[in-house]
Design a protein around this ligand. Structure first.
Ligand code: NAP
Length: 230
């Protein structure tokens, strides 16, 4: 039986590559992002990908995702909360709206999507939250990333809480705190920085982790970096 994985932020970067690798591993994938064109590009890579162009912060996002899954008679074996926003601004310049948007995309959307999809998760499912080394306690911190890092720290702790509540229903939850990966987001955060890891390499790790990591971990916040930032 093929495993079905939902991944957000699949139109580019890490999410795009992870979706493709999961299909190569004999999974089926629901890929969510805002960019319809890029999702259509992704869908061309495999017959096992269905796509949904939606902004995960929209009030109707959750019902659209649920509708898509039930119309296609899909139950889930995993969710990868990968979509992310990074606003790079000194603390003093960050507005309330910047803070709100950061938390909407990086924390509240995963919260709402998880809550809505619990009934569609098979026993033995694995939820993987994609955090950052910026959201890992004790890591080096960088100027301009206070709001982003705070959301990722919150996502990390949310992971521990959710794993405690879901252990009784056979659903595992883990959090991967990524170091630097060569994507558009990294260029925005650290212009000119050359990451030691490509998005394909990191995606290969994440795809394997969502399928197998919960045999070894639950409720864990795991750094995935040789150094910090990379
Ligand atoms: N690259 C790194 O060095 C690094 C390091 C640590 C952690 N991470 C984390 O890894 C994850 C993936 O990052 P990446 O580097 O691959 O970033 P990326 O290339 O900028 O891709 C981000 C993805 O998130 C989607 N997204 C953003 N806002 C969205 C929204 N409101 N609704 C739906 N989709 C949305 C984007 O798609 P659309 O624009 O089409 O919506 C895109 O597919 C993020 O959570 C990021 O924080 C990355």
């Amino acid at each position: 039986m093929k495993k079905h994985i939902l991944i957000t932020g699949a139109s580019k970067g890490i999410g795009f590559e992870t979706a493709k690798i999961l299909c190569e591993k004999n999974c089926t994938v629901t890929a969510v992002s805002r960019s319809k064109d890029r999702l259509e590009e992704l869908a061309k890579s495999s017959d096992h990908i269905s796509t949904l162009a939606v902004d995960i912060t929209d009030p109707d996002a959750v019902s659209l995702i649920k509708k898509h899954l039930s119309e296609n008679k899909l139950l889930l074996d995993g969710i990868i909360h990968n979509a992310g926003l990074l606003i790079n601004k000194p603390f003093i310049e960050l507005t309330d709206n910047d803070w709100k948007l950061q938390f909407e995309v990086n924390l509240l959307a995963p919260v709402r999507i998880t809550r809505a999809l619990i009934s569609l998760l098979n026993k033995g499912s694995h939820i993987v939250n994609i955090s950052s080394m910026g959201g890992f306690q004790g890591s080096d911190k960088f100027p301009g990333l206070s709001a982003y890092s705070a959301t990722k720290g919150a996502l990390s702790i949310f992971t521990e809480c959710l794993a405690t509540e879901f252990s009784s229903v056979g659903i595992s939850v883990n959090c991967l705190c990524l170091g630097a990966v060569q994507t558009e987001m990294l260029n925005q955060a650290f212009p000119g920085f050359k990451a030691p890891v490509t998005s394909k390499e990191m995606s290969s790790y994440i795809a394997d982790f969502v399928l197998n990591g919960h045999k070894f971990y639950n409720g864990k916040i795991l750094p995935v970096a040789m150094n910090n930032p990379g």
